[in-house]
Design a protein around this ligand. Structure first.
Ligand code: ZN
Length: 488
């Protein structure tokens, strides 16, 4: 290499390094500048479409401390992985006797057997579990047929779990005849609240199994081969932490655990053991339906008043509760009335942030904190999520783990702050399958609802919850999907 070329090369290198250094400094400056602009925008220029706007009266109360938010010290948790872990609630307390069992070793129909099944107190289904175990034993003994001259045995064991008022027991039997073994399992679910055996085959829909299958794929690297005509999952068990779905891979039984919030909307039973279908009233599918939804509550005065109005008119609505507001004075009482009323409870996130602008960790926190708080106060997970300001993006859709319910009729109560204007506007825009946005924290909105509801009924509308609307309109809500009405 000539001296000239070498010199040129050195010069080129120096230039290149300088350029890089300059670019790095420039990038930092731009990022900081953009951050500052964003900060300014977030602070001042965000149009608060449906924010918690306090009127004079409410502000005065705030000053007096009557409706003052209690500051909550939030525990610092590490960022949550996907899917979100279940809330830390100890359900095993509901079944104090979980862990104790009855053991029987005897002969039946010429077969020596050993059986274990859980012991429950009589009021918690003691007689029922004995009956279930004996029934399963008889059924298994019958399968041996003629055993004369054969070496055989039967072992029945179990695994159990409890979730809320539901006890679930998975019996497993291993039959052995001349060295050949066959196994079989049977699931038993008991609702101790209404003392009934739950139809375990009806608990989950196709979507729940699809979700669990996705987790199996993640765990195994691929979905295990399943013989034609058979299901991937041999059984499942309800535990305090989630649903354990069992499957077979490499000739052994394995399972994936699915936290309840991830498949809650696909379950036919809610946490309290209430069958969801019961919360869907019998309505006329042919008649028009409209879903009134109320955001930003609960309000210690306006929410209970609205509940009375709904009750008097024999209609239901959906309440998108704000997590941070649940700690306010008077909220617990309002929520108690709300739960008892049968109206639908959904989430409006923890702090009413614009979700699309948040980091992933913050976003998950906004969703999970409200969800856990609602669970803690109502004993059930919120059915849906409403993104504040209707603000969302793909990341929000991915991490909500709930269907996102927006609206296609904005009552604009936040704008007009006037009862007559709200009533006239909603009546004018009302339509079959529409979802109406309102805010039950305002007195004028509740005044409007009082007048509006009978008028909508006069026009033939059935006023329903979002869940009812979807149920009757044949919409199967999917997690992470955005809905504005029953038709778009
Ligand atoms: Zn809102």
């Amino acid at each position: 290499m000539s001296k000239g070329k070498k010199k040129k090369r050195t010069l080129f290198r120096v230039l290149l390094i300088s350029c890089c250094a300059f670019m790095i400094v420039l990038t930092f400056s731009v990022v900081r500048y953009v951050d500052r602009i964003a900060e300014n925008r977030m602070g001042t220029k965000v149009r608060r479409v449906d924010a918690v706007v306090l009127d004079e009266e409410e502000r005065a109360e705030l000053v007096q401390g009557q409706d003052k938010p209690t500051p909550t010290v939030l525990p610092t948790k590490p960022p949550t992985p996907t899917p979100l872990p279940p809330p830390e609630v100890d359900f095993t307390e509901e079944y104090a006797h979980s862990g104790e069992f009855t053991e029987v070793c005897a002969y039946g129909k010429g077969v020596p057997y050993g059986m274990r099944y859980p012991s429950y107190e009589e009021e918690e289904g003691g007689a029922e579990i004995r009956k279930a175990a004996e029934g399963f034993l008889t059924q298994q003994l019958d399968k041996f047929g003629d055993v004369s001259g054969k070496e055989c045995s039967l072992i029945i064991d179990y695994e159990d779990g409890a979730f809320g008022q539901l006890a679930s027991v998975l019996f497993r039997a291993v039959r052995e005849i001349d060295g050949e073994t066959e196994s079989e399992s049977k699931l038993w679910i008991y609702n101790k609240k209404n003392k009934t055996i739950v139809d375990s085959s009806a608990l989950f829909g196709k979507k729940a199994y699809e979700y669990a299958a996705g987790l199996v794929k993640q765990k195994e690297g691929k979905t295990p081969e399943v013989p034609e005509g058979e299901e991937l999952f041999s059984s499942y068990l309800l535990t305090a932490d989630g649903v354990k779905f069992f499957y077979e891979a490499d000739a052994e039984e394995r399972f994936v655990s699915v936290p309840y919030p991830a498949i809650h909307t696909y379950m036919a039973v809610t946490v309290g053991g209430t069958v969801v279908k019961e919360t869907i009233r019998e309505l006329d599918p042919e008649k028009p339906m409209i879903a009134l939804t109320f955001d930003d509550g609960p309000h210690y005065q306006n929410t209970p008043r609205l509940l009375e109005i709904l009750k008097e008119n024999d209609v239901r609505a959906t309440f998108f509760l704000l997590g941070s507001r649940l700690s306010w004075n008077g909220s617990a009482e309002a929520v108690e009335l709300l739960v008892a009323s049968g109206n639908e409870i959904a989430s409006h996130t923890q702090n009413h942030e614009m979700l699309a602008t948040l980091s992933r960790e913050k976003l998950q926190k906004e969703i999970s904190e409200a969800r856990d708080k609602i669970f803690e106060m109502t004993g059930d997970y919120p059915t849906f999520l409403r993104a504040p300001y209707g603000n969302y993006n793909d990341t929000v859709k991915k991490y909500t783990q709930a269907p996102i319910i927006l609206w296609n009729l904005d009552s604009e109560d936040w704008k007009s702050k006037d009862k007559d204007t709200i009533v006239a506007h909603v009546l004018e825009e009302a339509g079959n399958g529409k979802i109406v946005l309102m805010h039950d924290i305002h007195t004028f909105t509740v005044d409007a609802a009082e007048e509006l509801i009978p008028k909508l009924k006069e026009r033939g509308y059935q006023i329903v919850t979002v869940r009812e609307l979807f149920y009757y309109k044949g919409v199967d809500p999917e997690n992470g999907k955005v809905y504005h009405s029953s038709y778009n």
